[in-house]
Design a protein around this ligand. Structure first.
Ligand SMILES: [Fe+2]
Length: 200
């Protein structure tokens, strides 16, 4: 049984994301994925973290795997997205890595926004750490998680309509442009630094 993460504050990201959107996103969408996941897993015994469960999805009967993975991805993706919203500054270590892999922060931002605008349908744009310990920007469909591809999620942008439609309607590109005003890069830096510690 997995428990929910806390939401710091629904109105902390105004005016870029309204408290109304955050409330529905957290209490209706995220909680639904979590409830579905816990219900699906209730008849099984396992002792995996959510990330480990992605890698060990084949312990479940084949006809249940897609449904478990969809809801598991829904939980993981939302927990990352909610946790990286905020206003913190980037660490020197993470900033140096961004400069190394993208040339500059400006290039990284431009590339992330470009990829987000290219995503078709529902999904996410992710910054991930690949097997060579380099940062990459990828798009995933629906509730796919980069963990399924051996990639470590560092930050993401939710591009499902439920994430922005109440505030932006069809102006999806404005939502994407505004995202960089509400990223807690201190938190993103910590996620990155924790991951590279594991690989040393
Ligand atoms: Fe969402």
């Amino acid at each position: 049984m997995y428990s929910s993460i806390d939401m710091k504050s629904y109105d902390a990201y105004e005016p870029y994301i309204s408290s109304y959107t955050m409330n529905i996103h957290y209490n209706k969408h995220y909680k639904k994925y979590l409830d579905n996941l816990n219900n699906l897993l209730s008849k099984y015994n396992y002792e995996y973290s959510k990330e480990e469960l992605v890698k060990n999805i084949d312990i479940f009967p084949i006809q249940e795997r897609d449904n478990i993975l969809f809801n598991l991805g829904g939980v993981l993706n939302h927990e990352l997205f909610f946790s990286i919203l905020g206003y913190g500054e980037m660490s020197e270590i993470f900033k140096n890595k961004i400069d190394e892999d993208f040339g500059s922060f400006a290039n990284f931002k431009e590339e992330f926004i470009k990829q987000a605008k290219l995503l078709v349908g529902s999904g996410y744009t992710f910054l991930v750490l690949n097997k060579d310990n380099n940062l990459e920007i990828i798009n995933v469909a629906n509730q796919d998680t980069p963990n399924s591809y051996g990639l470590v999620p560092i930050m993401n942008l939710d591009l499902w309509e439920h994430a922005y439609y109440l505030d932006y309607q069809n102006e999806r590109n404005t939502y994407i442009d505004n995202f960089f005003s509400i990223i807690d890069f201190n938190k993103v830096s910590k996620i990155y630094e924790k991951e590279i510690q594991k690989n040393i």
